[in-house]
Design a protein around this ligand. Structure first.
Ligand code: HEC
Ligand code: HEC
Length: 318
């Protein structure tokens, strides 16, 4: 009997979860706002050359709009060259992509569409398709009072992305005074994050990123040869620097780093603890990254437990 009740409860929880989850994942049929039009577009394969993928193919809604592979596949199964970051909590970012080459979400949204190894569709062709579609031409004209064009396409997709904010996490509840439901281990982890681990020096602010470009030692000019920021800034000093990622939902967005080289948070923590044991010959590493953080086994567990509290309730494993 107890088992049956448990089973029933599990189903109820799963149902409750899927209802809430549907709010962000099942696009509306008839968009009545620009955000909803953007949502429809984000999930629509019409924006890829051979109509095989959408933004959501790589930015998967059930894992905080990130991907679960080191490199995502674009049209014709072409493999990408960088790890797909979460498309959540992007509203407050001053730059986009690991190297910061896009300055606004509106500008960013068009880049994957025309990228030959991602969606591979010329923007002019994307606009043609939208204006030829009875439904989209209607929606654009109602919501923007004009036909689809590159500008309003970017605005619509960006408007949807700006709705993808995370604040319902156990960490946020703790910050709002609920310390009973926050484990002692996570509390210790938070202090380790702020002090001994020096994580907070780079991952600060409401979304755990200072939005700066930093080099944590994952560039050695050999097997790790993505130069990151310097290819954009043309400044030698920026070699190996990447945009500090937000850590909201980090427990569900692995693999990690610009190249997806770590599959778990414990691997990431092991790296920060003794980076030079894991990558040799790193060039231009930030002075905050030291050869040994001297984290104990318990420290590592606590740090990971803290990171786990940054997950939006919608993505908690049921
Ligand atoms: C084939 C997989 C793929 C598809 C399809 C794709 N993306 Fe991405 N997305 C990526 C990768 C990989 C990156 C990181 C690339 C880089 O930094 O050079 C990225 C980066 C981003 C970022 C930047 C996040 C940040 O924190 O800097 C946003 C926002 C984003 N994509 C939104 C979109 C939108 C909107 C679409 C559809 C129009 C889309 N993506 C389609 C793989 C994809
Ligand atoms: C010097 C600044 C700096 C410090 C200190 C730092 N980080 Fe980072 N963190 C970054 C940057 C930059 C990246 C991306 C690096 C890359 O891809 O090459 C990153 C990536 C990560 C990621 C992967 C996120 C993802 O989505 O791929 C995690 C997790 C992380 N850091 C946690 C931590 C923890 C825990 C600490 C403390 C032990 C820490 N960081 C200390 C700057 C920093």
């Amino acid at each position: 009997m107890f088992k049956i009740i448990l089973h029933f409860v599990a189903i109820l929880i799963a149902l409750a979860g899927s209802i809430e989850y549907n709010k962000v994942t099942t696009p509306v049929k008839e968009p009545s706002t620009i955000e909803e039009l953007g949502e429809l577009l984000f999930f629509d394969k019409i924006l890829s050359g051979n109509k095989s993928i959408s933004c959501a193919s790589c930015h998967k809604p059930n894992i905080a709009f990130a991907d679960n592979v080191a490199f995502s596949f674009g049209v014709d199964s072409l493999k990408g060259i960088r790890n797909t970051p979460s498309a959540m909590n992007v509203g407050d970012r001053p730059s986009f992509f690991w190297d910061g080459r896009a300055a606004s979400l509106e500008e960013q949204a068009l880049i994957p569409i025309s990228n030959p190894i991602e969606m591979n569709l010329k923007i002019t062709e994307a606009i043609n398709r939208l204006n030829k579609s009875n439904t989209y031409s209607k929606y654009f004209n109602i919501l923007f009072k004009e036909n689809a064009n590159a500008k309003n396409l970017g605005i619509a997709i960006a408007a949807f992305e700006k709705t993808l904010e995370t604040s319902n996490t156990s960490f946020d509840r703790y910050m709002n005074g609920d310390s009973l439901n926050y484990s002692e281990s996570a509390k210790r982890g938070r202090i380790l994050f702020n002090v001994k681990g020096k994580c907070f020096d780079c991952h600060f602010g409401p979304d755990f990123t200072g939005d700066e470009f930093r080099n944590i030692g994952l560039y050695n000019g050999k097997e790790l040869n993505d130069e990151g920021r310097s290819a954009i800034s043309k400044n030698e000093k920026d070699k190996g620097k990447f945009k500090t990622p937000s850590l909201r939902n980090v427990a569900v967005t692995g693999p990690y780093m610009h190249n997806g080289m770590f599959t778990s948070l414990s691997q990431v923590i092991d790296y920060y603890n003794t980076p030079t044991k894991i990558v040799s010959g790193s060039i231009n590493t930030d002075s905050l990254i030291v050869p040994d953080l001297l984290l104990s086994k318990q420290d590592k567990i606590d740090l990971e437990n803290f990171l786990n509290t940054l997950t939006d309730d919608r993505f908690l494993k049921k």
